[in-house]
Design a protein around this ligand. Sequence first.
Ligand SMILES: Nc1ncnc2c1ncn2[C@@H]1O[C@H](COP(=O)(O)OP(=O)(O)O)[C@@H](O)[C@H]1O
Ligand SMILES: [Mg+2]
Length: 629
Amino acid sequence: MRACVSCGASAADEARFCSQCAAPLDKATNASPRQERRQVTVFFSDLSGFTAMNERLDPEDVRDVVNKIWDRAGDIVGRYDGRINKLLGDAVMAVFGDPVAHEDDPSRAVRAALELHAAVEGLNQDFEPRIGAPIGIHTGVSTGVVLTSETILDGKQTGPLGDAINLASRLQTLAKTGQVLVGPETRRAIEGRFDLEDLGRHDLKGKGEPVAVARVHSIVSRSVTPARRQGRFVGRDTELSLLRDELERARKGTPAFVAVSGEAGSGKTRLLEEFRSRLASDATWLEGRAYPFAQGIPYYAVTDLISNSLGIDEADSSETLRIKLEQGIAAIVENSSEILPPLLQLYDIEGSEGSSIDREAYRGRLLQSVRAILQTLADRGTLIVCLQDLHWADPSTVDLLRQLAGQLSASTLMLFNYRPEFSFHEGGIREIKLEELSDRDTRELVASLLDSPEVPNELVEFLEDRTGGNPFFVEEIVNSLIENRGLVRNGDGWVPAQQFDTTSVPTTIRGVIAARIDRLEAERRRIIQEASVIGREFLFTILSQVSGGEATLEEGLMELESADLIRKRNVDPDLEYLFKHALTQEVAYQGLLRRKRQELHGRVAQAMERLLGDRHREYAESIAYHFTS
Ligand SMILES: Nc1ncnc2c1ncn2[C@@H]1O[C@H](COP(=O)(O)OP(=O)(O)O)[C@@H](O)[C@H]1O
Ligand SMILES: [Mg+2]
């Protein structure tokens, strides 16, 4: 007998659907209900003035009002791929990052909360006359690792459990009407993308120490670099000179086309920024970006490019937007009346032709407009069109860029960047693959982050080992060591306060890695998790025993290797693999429940004993570790 993960009712082994609630009984997930430790961002929103409303309105009207609001909440939260976890009368709890993590879950949650606040304000036009007073909403947001929810207790589903949940609820209580408050972890992850106000530390119920609280005012119009420590630019000489060569080609009349590819945090954006800062001032630079939350919005990256170029803000009213578009385009091209309509439609401005026109034809017209603008700019001087993070681009954007790529005019350099899971196959494109920083560059980066030539050796070794030379990971760990006082000032230099904690992973890094692991197929994810129990390095034979000798293991490992999550460390005499980043192993391992970890450690110990018995001495310590973990 099995249990249904939705309602907890028992189900016959051969059943495909639950006889009680008709939920599908998927074998893979049903064997053990999916329960994990994972990093999520949660918000609680509560209606202010609920009591007053209850006094003045008939209960049915109250229900109507509340339902309208929570319907909107459902739409908004769903659009950011979060889910409403609970509705408690006048409060709602939304979770982002479960069952699938996105590296921008904290931003998604905050965006959704702001939108919900705006929606409630909008609904007031209708509600206020009925209730006699405006209704409001207040919200608390927090990020952290929780135990996910598919536990069934007495037939009831519990919500996710963890400190982050309590904190969000406390912050919501602290918030005044209209306020969105965030805790320290969320703040860290969203800094630079939202307009924040520091509210200092507050004593919150259930918290031993005062908690740093910030209020979110709005989305910052365009991304601003957070006020964190950024290091001096290191290495990347070859890459810069290649970019310069291509620019030269473009100047001489051949349109050029370069893509920078590399994993998250490898330095794609920074390389392009540095390239830009070294350009002569006669070049025009246009830039747009794709965002993970906008993968379903057609032409989002193209819209972003235009918005950046014309100074259009997300917060602009449609009237302002129309004026900016009309004036901006008229300042570039002469025949703006032909060029403008598809752009107005792109921004969904009322009065433009609407959606009746079919998609093919629209794409053609948009392409023409974009090309005309680029051509005019390129005729005046060197034009660089930079599009970032194409791995997140919606299909229509990619499609438009492919078409555009074949029709570039002279003196145009097109620059793309994306992660290795994406590729822009198109004739004539040069791809720069960003490798990890060398040990020397890593050391130099750390020195500049600490603003001190004296860098403790153990710190550099710790960072090299954990980050594999990924500059983003280096930066995040150094910043978090300083914030958490793992590194302390000592005269001009720094010293470790204690041994570095190899189990602590900064929120931002965990977000990136967990999102990557979640994108893997279930089978691959399982391999990663099982391997993580063995250690940073793992022998094929041991893993194969732990996995139950599955025939698909080799194939799975090959795929993980080509995804650059693991690497072959040794082939002879034993096939051995290694997690590219110790951090990946750490995040995968920490996603396992303690119970599951123990079980896997036991299996690893037994497999080691069986297979490596004759090399006992070499492995004795490791076997003992697994037996006791
Ligand atoms: N060569 C480098 N030297 C110093 N810092 C770097 C270098 N490359 C990247 N960084 C820093 O690492 C972080 C991540 O880099 P970024 O360019 O945003 O990565 P990506 O765009 O590939 O995700 C940034 O804060 C950036 O300043
Ligand atoms: Mg980037």
